[in-house]
Design a protein around this ligand. Structure first.
Ligand code: HEM
Ligand SMILES: [Cu+2]
Length: 540
């Protein structure tokens, strides 16, 4: 049966036209997903190279590069590229684009041409950012705090914020496309509560994208105006307020950290039930937690400014609200662990990455509570503790989820199986390398090592050396999937329609899917995740 389906894959979306034109002018969501995949992979490695050079510099207390200015430009480029050109688009634009219509049982997204336009916007933004990098880079950090960015920086601030401004439109277009598609294109029978959690998480993400990104666009526009014409938005000498920038920036960027993590939650919610052979525990809680996170994420931005001079009462309020946002995140972790409990667990590579995600995200979330606690943050802010915290969430969390999803759906996307042993080995190497890199940074931060410095007191050298050694292991870990996934395109076994015995609609069509996705519109009669009970499987 599965062989029959694999044979049908002859006429797939991949074989439907081989010219450059058929790719660059495609409106097929699956091909657009591949275009994004190529672009963000390139950015991941550009951002990664900057990180590697930074860790090289920090091996010695005096700084091996010998130039603090170069170091500033490195961490700024690293942050800008990783946040806006990798983390934000990673799951929604690649896996989301590929899977949303398939999971909905639809032929494409609601606006296929808007989808292609958002890829072109993304590429225009990417090239603008690369121009800024080649022209000399930017030294403000990825947060562009005024008055440094508006008055003093000699970096390419305007080019860089223009790049992010354009990327924002790409993000808004993608978000609107998902929202409309999820409202309008669900297969007959797919009620809201029969919808896979991955689609719910894309929905919540899209709402944030559509509502928060315009604030970022406006903020960056104001910054560019201020820098060019000195209009006095942020400069107190002409009646402006430098803190205003931070308020506006974090009003976008805190919700944006959930743009970076919610899609990851969605991926994990698909993988854990499948590889535990159990229904997702507490489906409705998982779903509503996503919505709650999207809403509360708008109310906590002030925790980035505890020491910037906000009133004690507003700081207290933001501290409290930050604790509130931790509740729905914790609910999700409990539900994944609950799903695994007494499950019949298969430790394939996607599941290994998912387990890594749960552990590392939990570390990131719990240490978020430390920095959300007003008194503790006064000590920890602007130290390596914060760096470790957000890397646990965004790299340990989101990048692991991205890899989990990439492996899980790779057979569907390419029609090829990746080599399982290599997949598992890479997952383990990445997990080890990650902890070796970032765990020492919690201690460094606690001991008082500030972030964004090119050199540091000699007593911090051993822990920095550990961290740099870990970065080497991590780099090897991240290079492996690049190699064996590319290898699998040529030599991998042909993938059956449903290699993992998963329940989603996307597995009910051949791998890789035909251009029109399904021969006929599927009918949904059951809730998602109807996996056989663990006992039934283990007694087979
Ligand atoms: C779930 C995904 C999360 C992501 C992606 C994330 C990401 C980040 C990032 C990027 C920063 C650094 C900002 C900077 O450059 O200054 C940061 C700082 C911070 N995060 Fe998170 N975070 C997450 C979860 C949480 C949670 C659950 C809490 C609290 C309950 C939290 C509380 C904080 C606080 C208070 C800071 C500021 C610390 C300081 O500047 O001293 N975060 N986070
Ligand atoms: Cu925040």
């Amino acid at each position: 049966m599965t062989d029959v389906l694999a044979d049908q894959a002859e006429g797939s979306y991949l074989t439907d036209g081989f010219t450059l034109r058929s790719w660059l002018l495609t409106t097929d969501h699956k091909r657009i997903a591949i275009l994004y995949l190529g672009a963000i992979t390139a950015f991941f490695f550009i951002g990664g190279i900057a990180a590697a050079v930074m860790r090289y510099n920090l091996i010695s207390a005096s700084g091996r590069l010998g130039s603090a200015d170069l170091y500033n430009r490195l961490f700024s480029m690293h942050g800008v590229v990783m946040v806006w050109f990798f983390l934000v688009p990673a799951v929604p634009a690649t896996l989301g684009n590929f899977l949303a219509p398939l999971m909905l049982g639809a032929r494409d997204l609601a606006f296929p041409r808007l989808n292609l336009l958002s890829w072109y916007l993304f590429m225009a933004a990417g090239f603008t950012a690369l121009y800024a990098l080649i022209a000399g880079g930017v030294d403000t950090g990825w947060t562009f705090y005024t008055p440094f960015s508006s008055l003093y920086s000699n970096g390419y601030v305007i080019a860089t914020v223009t790049a992010i401004f354009i990327a924002g439109f790409s993000s808004i277009a993608t978000g609107l496309n998902f929202i409309v598609s999820i409202h309008k294109l669900r297969a007959p029978g797919m009620t809201w509560h029969k919808m896979p959690v991955f689609l719910w998480s894309l929905y919540a993400t899209s709402v944030i994208m559509a509502l928060a990104t315009p604030v970022l666009a406006m903020t960056l526009l104001l910054l560019a105006f201020e820098r060019l014409f000195h209009v006095g938005v942020f400069d107190p000498a002409v009646g402006g307020d430098p803190l205003l920038f931070q308020h506006l920036f974090w009003f976008y960027s805190h919700p944006a950290v959930y743009i970076m993590i919610l899609p990851g939650f969605g991926v994990i919610s698909e993988i854990v039930p499948c590889f535990s052979s159990k229904e997702l525990f507490g489906y409705k809680f998982v779903v509503w937690a996503s919505i709650a996170i999207a809403v509360i994420s708008f109310l906590v931005w002030g925790h980035h400014m505890f020491v910037a001079g906000e009133s004690l009462y507003s700081a207290l309020l933001f501290s409290l609200l930050s604790y509130a946002v931790a509740v729905p995140s914790a609910i999700k972790v409990f539900n994944w662990v609950g799903t695994m409990h007494k499950g019949y667990i298969r430790f394939d590579a996607p599941m290994l990455y998912a387990i890594a995600f749960i552990g590392l995200f939990t570390m990131g979330g719990l240490t978020g509570l430390f920095v959300a606690a007003l008194a503790a943050d006064v000590h920890l802010t602007q130290t390596y503790f914060v760096v470790a915290h957000f890397h646990y969430v965004m790299v340990g969390g989101m990048v692991s989820a991205y890899f989990a999803g990439l492996h899980f759906w790779w057979p569907k996307i390419t029609g090829r199986m990746y080599p399982e042993m290599w997949g598992r080995a890479a997952a383990i190497i990445i997990f080890a390398g990650f902890n070796l890199t970032f765990f020492p940074q919690f201690i460094l931060g606690y001991l008082g090592m500030p972030r964004r410095y090119a050199s540091y007191p000699a007593e911090f050298e051993p822990l920095n050396l550990l961290s740099s050694a870990g970065a080497l292991v991590l780099a090897i870990g991240y290079l492996l999937p690049l190699l064996y996934l590319l290898w699998s395109l040529l030599y991998g076994d042909k993938a059956p329609a449903n290699p993992w015995s998963a329940t989603g609609l996307e597995w009910k069509t051949p791998s890789p899917p035909p251009t029109e996705n399904f021969p006929e519109t599927p009918l949904v009669t059951q809730p998602p995740y109807q996996y056989p009970l663990a006992e039934a499987v283990s007694h087979e």
